[in-house]
Design a protein around this ligand. Structure first.
Ligand SMILES: C[S@@+](CC[C@H](N)C(=O)[O-])C[C@H]1O[C@@H](n2cnc3c(N)ncnc32)[C@H](O)[C@@H]1O
Length: 273
């Protein structure tokens, strides 16, 4: 079968599969991020690049309000809405679709928190800058911007990054991670330019792990979310084209597995000044 056009094909594939956590650290990574977020009651929260919506389900079930999701992909937005409906939290979260290069569908200074998981580092420079500009616009003064991403370890050579990003784009339609944030202060400078002060930039996996169980309504919603994923996956596997893609992505991931030692899960926290 001929290779398909690249673009966002891997993300579309994951979406078709109903994948819940579309990021390297899986659900543990989301929990670590949410632990750091530790919302105050009534804070308005936006998940940027909400993907297929599992984190929104989890947060809605935990009582985070008002809660919004934003994604540029129509297929992701559709999947996230269906997941929220399936998990019975559709009236607790509002999912909006963004358009690349256009202002986000939110008023200026409307939100307390914007967070993103595995979104910022895969954006190309121009898009990322417009995203950071929008984050700064929609946040209240003092509002928080948090994101976690797989980012190249300090010291990885530019040529190595370019080589892997090229392969990743060819195989998955997205780069592994931006080359722009290598070197001390690179990410901070970009945030500062748009009125965001860096509060923390460190390795996410080294943060203390949650020890207590999740509240019952959250566990229940997550269970339904997994059922949603399971159903979508079974449905997708009935399609031979899906199985071919699945095989192709799996073998491509094996070829790229050595990248694992060159990247690390980073958490960045910034505040709107
Ligand atoms: C790797 S996925 C991560 C999804 C989700 N955050 C998760 O961890 O499961 C990246 C997501 O960001 C979305 N995205 C990419 N560029 C975007 C942009 N400029 N604005 C909003 N969403 C974007 C993609 O459509 C995709 O859903």
């Amino acid at each position: 079968m001929a290779k398909e056009p690249l673009d966002t094909i891997f993300l579309d594939h994951l979406c078709r599969r109903g994948a819940g956590s579309i990021h390297a650290l899986g659900r543990g990574g989301t929990e670590a991020l949410l632990d750091v977020l530790s919302f105050t009651e009534g804070e308005s929260v936006l998940e940027l690049g909400c993907g297929t919506g599992e984190t929104l389900v989890r947060m809605a079930a935990a009582g985070v309000r008002p809660l919004f999701g934003l994604d540029n992909s129509e297929t992701m937005v559709d999947c996230a809405r269906r997941r929220c409906g399936f998990c019975r939290v559709q009236d607790k979260v509002e999912i909006r679709q963004g358009v690349e290069g256009s202002p986000w569908p939110f008023e200026s200074g409307a939100l307390d928190v914007v967070f993103a998981e595995s979104v910022m580092a895969i954006l190309d420079r121009g898009v990322r800058r417009s995203v950071v500009r929008e984050v700064a616009r929609v946040l209240k003064t003092g509002g928080r911007f948090l994101f976690s991403d797989s980012i190249w370890r300090q010291g990885v050579q530019r040529e190595t990054i370019m080589k892997y990003n090229e392969r990743c784009c060819a195989d998955f339609g997205i780069p592994q991670a931006t080359v722009d944030w290598v070197g001390p202060g690179a990410c901070e400078r970009e945030l500062n330019e748009f009125g965001l002060d860096l509060v923390f930039d460190g390795v996410l996996a080294e943060l203390p792990k949650r020890t207590e169980a999740l509240p019952h309504p959250v566990e229940k919603a997550l269970l339904r979310s997994r059922l949603f994923t399971f159903q979508a996956r079974v449905r997708a596997m009935l399609s031979p084209a899906f199985l071919v893609r699945e095989f192709r992505f799996k073998t491509a991931a094996l070829r790229l597995r050595e990248v694992g030692r060159l990247i690390e899960p980073r958490l960045v926290v910034a505040r709107r000044n």
